[in-house]
Design a protein around this ligand. Structure first.
Ligand code: SF4
Length: 204
């Protein structure tokens, strides 16, 4: 297990431990808070299935040329883990944690197995990743789709760019209030994101 995997595993331990300790009503409140975000994620999924399945399946999965999932460490927000644990079965999270404890010998993402990504709700960085070649091909055939995609990118910011109160910040705060800390609580740790909050008058 490398340092990246250890950090990831620590996040999964924190989140599963805390969610197992709170009342089901409190867990329900967290799930309600995810409503708008999950609708947004569904819209992205539908868009990708409708417009990119053929392109990506042919060019990436069959040819193995893909840049997707080809890095051994991607940026994952603490809130990504919270969302995934809240929406996953316990057995799926156990499989992810077991995987993180194993060495990642390949050049691919540690979460990629023979069936694809192990996450039920992928990290947002992954959900919004399209390689230039796929975008050029699909958007040149149907230019209006580029506007839709850019719209998704703008909407993404409303969940995790802290120039206003955002979901990812609130999810981190929920765990901080419960006594937890993690390096991947970027909205509370990243100097750049703290500056964004400061400029927006959200912190001093
Ligand atoms: S988390 Fe999933 S979607 Fe993201 S790079 Fe890893 S395998 Fe791919």
């Amino acid at each position: 297990m490398n340092a990246y995997q250890k950090d990831q595993l620590d996040d999964y331990i924190i989140v599963t431990e805390h969610l197992a300790s709170i009342a089901s009503e409190d867990k329900q409140l967290l799930l309600i808070e995810l409503d708008g975000y999950l609708q947004f994620r569904k819209q992205i999924d539908v868009f990708l299935v409708d417009h990119f399945t053929d392109e990506c399946t042919e060019k990436c999965y069959h040819s193995k040329l893909s840049a997707c999932c080809g890095k051994d460490s991607i940026i994952i927000f603490f809130a990504d883990v919270v969302v995934n644990v809240l929406l996953s079965k316990k057995s799926d999270i156990s499989m992810i944690m077991d995987r993180l404890r194993q060495p990642n010998s390949g050049i691919k993402c540690v979460y990629l197995n023979g069936s694809g990504c192990m996450w039920k709700v992928k990290p947002i960085v992954c959900a919004l990743f399209l390689c230039d070649r796929a975008m050029d091909k699909v958007f040149s055939n149907e230019p209006s789709l580029r506007d839709v995609w850019e719209g998704f990118r703008r909407t993404d910011k409303t969940f995790r760019w802290p120039d206003q109160p955002v979901l990812f910040d609130r999810l981190e705060q929920h765990f901080i209030d419960a006594g937890y800390q993690s390096p991947s609580m970027y909205l509370h740790n990243s100097p750049g994101l703290l500056n964004v909050k400061r400029r927006a008058g959200l912190i001093k």
